[in-house]
Structure formats: structure tokens, C-alpha cells
Ligand binder design. Structure first.
Ligand SMILES: *[C@@H]1O[C@H](CO)[C@@H](O)[C@H](O)[C@H]1NC(C)=O
Length: 376
């Protein structure tokens, strides 16, 4: 959400401020997105602001082997490639993104980053795209295995946030993907919810990083912010063209329009005047489950709620309970057909569609995930 778009009323309400006076203690002297680091030269905490309305940073940014465990509060994230990335998720079980977006911690797909690890079997399908200006990974996850409440439709994390402290506060991201060693990713977005996710990291050297990783469209989900062809039960990595900037589209008459996301006060978004184009991809290669799940712990006591049912996460219904290793569906093209909990709805194979089935509360809207209000 852009500060410009923010009314005092919205901010006060969203942050629970009791009065306009409290709002004066909202913004930090230096916005998170303006704090730049070379790895591993990070402070213990990136956000040291005191006396601001959202309190202090939950975790820390110096992460190493001693912080690499399932209680880690590491908030230094990595997004290196198709099999090596971290998602933001709650530190305690059963939380909703809306409630703890400022306190999310890193859950990674590979060891070595000093973080929690996404439990084996949680990821059930993903598509990685590398484009000229960004990388993204979009996929399906049993979100109860990373402490998210079953049925949470979720929300969006980015290094801005309404108060410019980021969500999570102090959360930073690095990547080796842009050809210059380990670099901080200045512009990124991560939607989590409805048993799906999209994570997008824009090349810090790219002239349009802030546009490709635009963060103001926090209510319209992955289909619009990270156009993709991810399918549940399929793991693949592709090259792709850049998508349009989120929110920008070209009409049949060739006119280029920038969509304006309605204010939350106007109620649910029930229609959007365009469909985001999925960019052309090429050289898609299947990822083997062993590549994706290397080193992941089995879901602890993922005393899984009714995950099977609520999430409809597809074929290996067992996945929630399976303990064995490397159960992940292999690559392949399988995934398609069957009724994998709606991974392939009629119109397209985007997870956004699938996820609407997963959570009936938003399924009735118009087929995009996360079309619900929260502070981003
Ligand atoms: C490992 O990380 C912890 C937590 O940030 C920090 O206190 C500790 O100094 C680090 N250890 C090393 C050897 O850097």
C-alpha cells in the first residue's frame, strides 16, 4: 500500500490507533525499503525503531546455524532459484496473515539460511519463472504446516507496508539470482494464503524493479501480481518474458490503462476490468521432488486440522499425514486432470483459481485469491 494512498482514517483504523495523535508515531525515520545491506553485513535487527505504533521487530537478521531450527525468528529471507526460496509465515501455529503480517518469519525450502524449514510434504506444486527483470515462484502449500490457520485467505507481504516498516517489519531478502553474487532484493512481494503463495523478487539493477514488483495491488492476488501457470502437483522451472507491470493492462483498442484498486471501505472487490496476461514461457524443466525437498524436516506434529478437506490440496491426500521422505509428487504432467481440489478449474490453471475453491469465503467473489482486505 502506498503511503500516498493512505488516509489517516484508514491508517488509524488499520493499526488500531486510538487517536490521530498516535499516528504521529507511525513512520520510521528511514523506510525499510531504503535500508540497504551487503550480505552478510547485517545488524542484529534491521528495524530498531522505538515508540512506533506497531512496536518492535519480532525477530532478527543475523541468522546462522544456531538460528536454523523450527523455532527460528530469522527475518532474513533468500530467494535464489526454483528450489531455494523462503516464504514469510507465522512464528506460532494457527495465525492468520492479517493478524501477524508484521511479525512473519522466514520459512525456507533449503537449509543453510539460518531459518525455519518448510516441512517436507508441505509444498505440493510450484512454477518458477525467471524473466529479464524478476524471478518468481508460485505454488501450492499446505499452509497449516507453516503455522498458518487452516482456511486463512491470507495477505501480502512487502518491504513497504502502510507505515513503511515493511511486512514483516525488518524483513529483508537476498538473492544470488541476478548475476552479481548475493544481492539484497530491494523490491519484492509475497502473497500467502488459501494454501497457495506467490513470491516475486525484482532485479535490483532493473530500471523498473518497483513497477514489476508493485506492491499496491494487495487485494487482487497472485493472478494479477505474479501471472503464472502453476498447477498443483506439478513442479517446474521456466524462463519467461516479463509480465506487464501489475495493474497495467492494454485493452483491445490498444489503450494502456492502470487499474485503480478500490479502497477497502468500498467493500469486497467483485470484478476487475481486465485479466492479467500470463507471459510466454519457454524451456520449462520439471523439478524432481528430491530437488525441491532436500533437507526438509517432516512435518512435526502438524496435527493437521482437516487440511485435506479444507485445502483440497489435491491428489496425495495423504500428504498431510505422510511421514515418509520425498513423497512429493514428482514432476510430470500428471497433476492436470483430476479433481485436485480445483487446481485446474475451467478457465485457467492458475493457482488463484484453485485457491478460490479452497476457501469458500472468497470463492463467491470473482475468482482471484486474497480478494479480501488487510493491511499491506
Ligand atoms: C548467530 O546468530 C545469532 C542470532 O542472530 C547471533 O546472536 C550470534 O552472534 C550468531 N553467531 C555467529 C557466530 O555469528
Amino acid at each position: 500500500m502506498s503511503p500516498a494512498a493512505l488516509s489517516l482514517f484508514t491508517l488509524a483504523a488499520a493499526l488500531g490507533a486510538a487517536s490521530a495523535q498516535a499516528v504521529t508515531g507511525t513512520f520510521p525515520p528511514v523506510p525499510l525499503a531504503s535500508k540497504h545491506f551487503t550480505y552478510p553485513n547485517l545488524p542484529f535487527q534491521v528495524d530498531t525503531d522505538q515508540g512506533l505504533i506497531r512496536g518492535t521487530q519480532t525477530g532478527y537478521n543475523i541468522c546462522n546455524s544456531t538460528t536454523e531450527n523450527q523455532d527460528s525468528l530469522c527475518q532474513t529471507s533468500f530467494f535464489n532459484d526454483a528450489t531455494d526460496f523462503c516464504l514469510w509465515a507465522p512464528s506460532k501455529p494457527g495465525e492468520t496473515v492479517a493478524d501477524v503480517e508484521g511479525e512473519m518469519v522466514a520459512w525456507c525450502s533449503k537449509p543453510g539460511h539460518g531459518t525455519r524449514l518448510i516441512p517436507e510434504g508441505a509444498l505440493t506444486g510450484l512454477q518458477f519463472l525467471k524473466t529479464p527483470d524478476y524471478i518468481q515462484v508460485v505454488g501450492f502449500i499446505d499452509q497449516t504446516k507453516i503455522n498458518m490457520a487452516s482456511g486463512d485467505f491470507g495477505g501480502e507481504m512487502d518491504p513497504h507496508g502502510a507505515d513503511l516498516r515493511g511486512n514483516p517489519m525488518g524483513g529483508v531478502m537476498f538473492s544470488t539470482s541476478f548475476g552479481n553474487g548475493i544481492q539484497q532484493v530491494i523490491e519484492w512481494t509475497n502473497f500467502m494464503g488459501s494454501n497457495s503463495f506467490c513470491l516475486k523478487a525484482c532485479d535490483p539493477a532493473g530500471a523498473n524493479a518497483a513497477n514489476f514488483c508493485q506492491h499496491i495491488y494487495d487485494r487482487i492476488g497472485c493472478a494479477y501480481n505474479a501471472p503464472n501457470a502453476a498447477q498443483n502437483n506439478v513442479f517446474e522451472a521456466c524462463q519467461a518474458d516479463n509480465a506487464d507491470f501489475p495493474g497495467v493492462y492494454t485493452g483491445a483498442d490498444g489503450a494502456v490503462t492502470t487499474y485503480k484498486q478500490p479502497a477497502e471501505s468500498l467493500g469486497p472487490i467483485t470484478s476487475i476490468p481486465f485479466t492479467a496476461k500470463v507471459p510466454k514461457s519457454s524451456n520449462c524443466t520439471p523439478l524432481t521432488s528430491s530437488a525441491v525437498f532436500t533437507g526438509l524436516p517432516t512435518a512435526a506434529a502438524a496435527a493437521v486440522t482437516g487440511s485435506g478437506s479444507a485445502s483440497g490440496s489435491g491428489s496425495s491426500s495423504g500428504s498431510a499425514t505422510v511421514t515418509g521422505s520425498a513423497t512429493a509428487k514428482p514432476t510430470g504432467t500428471s497433476g492436470s486432470g483430476s479433481s485436485t481440489g480445483g487446481a485446474k478449474p475451467a478457465q485457467s490453471s492458475q493457482p488463484s483459481d484453485a485457491t478460490t475453491l479452497a476457501v469458500s469465503t472468497i470463492a463467491g467473489l470473482f475468482g482471484v485469491m486474497f480478494s479480501v482486505v488487510f493491511l499491506a
